[in-house]
Design a protein around this ligand. Structure first.
Ligand code: GTP
Ligand code: MG
Length: 371
């Protein structure tokens, strides 16, 4: 028999958990915890109580959902922290990351402005690994950036010591705080003669960042992306914080992840940079993202080397997509091609139905106003 848990039913019905729990209680269903399993009759009853017309068609209800992780993850292995670099335009995010991975992406970028979210891993001498996301600096891309914060464990907030706290610094602080992600401050450009780290720190204090050296809990490191000053300390600080956070993931089971960016590359077709969150992606397996799917033809790591598999915390370029997925899309593995196709078809149908409903609402609204 078809079963669904409470959390997934909220997603299927598009209602908030509180709403679903209240409805269940009204129907006399006592157990409404997030992982409680419901059969299709119970699920239909709840849907009808919410004035939604359930389609009692098990085929049409097939979708993929992320696993429910146990509250106690201590039996799972540690994974690398995912660190997003944020900060004001030109404060040196890309330069900092380039020095960290010793490449020169910044020099090749059109106009020196980061256009995509890049993702890559840095291996430290200690054997530890950090996964970095480079987000665009322009205000116009703040939507993309806020999405970046969702997969982020730690935000490295770059503040140029010669410029101090600026509008997008404040915006980044708000994003991190809203997502409840801890911040490590990198006071950058400390090699410059007009660098004033003290002033930058005071600016941060004024915007609610309680720095360690002033008795708070947010660490700050003085760095230079150009000379490499302070970068080992920055990495060390990130690793120490990650240890406190005890980030663990399940390497087994169906792969789950998120699309960081996607593009069509000449001669190679559609590709997406994927960050694995749970499970392990393997060449030949099937994954679904939004309303497209992929039989993984090949994968390359952030250095362009072909890899056969990628575990939690690893960013990989995935090739084999039917259509281009969107940045921010959730990735879920399907057992086989048939399931991947069914899920995508169902999602498309659901989307079309939602569009029709919205259109109907607009028409009804207009009619009401015309009367
Ligand atoms: P956007 O992606 O456009 O938001 O910029 P960004 O924050 O990635 O800044 P980027 O790394 O492109 O650097 C902007 C400018 O500052 C470049 O001219 C860099 O050479 C310079 N710069 C970056 N870091 C440092 C540093 O530590 N010291 C000095 N002196 N200059 C730096
Ligand atoms: Mg940049």
């Amino acid at each position: 028999p078809e079963v669904v848990n409470v959390t997934n039913l909220t997603k299927i019905l598009g209602v908030r958990l509180e709403m679903l729990v209240r409805t269940m209680h009204r129907l006399g269903m006592e157990n409404a915890t997030h992982d409680h399993l419901l059969n299709s009759d119970e699920a239909s009853l709840i849907a009808m109580e919410l004035d939604l017309n359930p389609i009692v068609d098990s085929e049409a209800a097939i979708d993929l959902y992320p696993r429910i992780l146990p509250a106690d993850m201590s039996s799972f292995p540690l994974r690398p922290p995912v660190v997003t670099i944020m900060g004001h335009v030109d404060h040196g995010k890309t330069t900092l990351l380039d020095t960290l991975r010793k490449t020169a992406v910044a020099a090749g970028e059109a106009g020196g402005i980061t256009q995509h979210i890049g993702a890559f891993s840095v291996d430290l001498p200690s054997g530890k690994r950090i996964t970095f996301l480079d987000t665009p600096g322009h205000a116009a891309f703040s939507a993309m950036r806020s999405r970046g914060a969702n997969v982020t464990d730690i935000v490295v907030l770059v503040v140029a010591a010669d410029d101090g706290v600026m509008p997008q610094t404040i915006e980044a602080i708000k994003h991190a705080q809203a997502a409840n992600v801890p911040i490590v401050v990198a006071i950058n450009k400390c090699d410059k003669h007009d660098a004033d780290p003290r002033k930058a720190k005071e600016g941060l204090l004024q915007h609610g960042i309680q720095l360690e050296e002033f008795g708070g809990e947010t660490p700050a490191v003085e760095v230079s992306g150009i000379t490499g000053l302070g970068l080992p300390e920055l990495e060390e600080t990130v690793v120490t914080l990650a240890e406190v956070l005890e980030l663990r993931a399940d390497k087994g089971g169906a792969a789950e992840g998120v699309v960081i960016e996607s593009q069509v590359e000449k001669g190679r077709g559609t590709m997406a940079t994927v960050l694995v969150k749970q499970g392990t992606l393997t060449v030949g397996s099937y994954i679904v993202a939004g309303t497209t799917w992929c039989k993984i033809r090949s994968m390359t790591d952030d250095k362009g080397r072909p890899v056969k598999e990628a575990g939690p915390g690893a960013p990989v370029k995935v090739i084999g997509w039917k259509e281009m997925p969107n940045a921010g899309d959730e990735i879920l593995q399907a057992e086989d091609e048939a399931l991947a196709k069914t899920v995508v078809e169902n999602r498309i149908t659901k989307q079309q139905r939602e569009t029709q409903l919205r259109d109907l609402e607009v028409i009804n609204d207009k009619r009401r106003k015309d009367k």
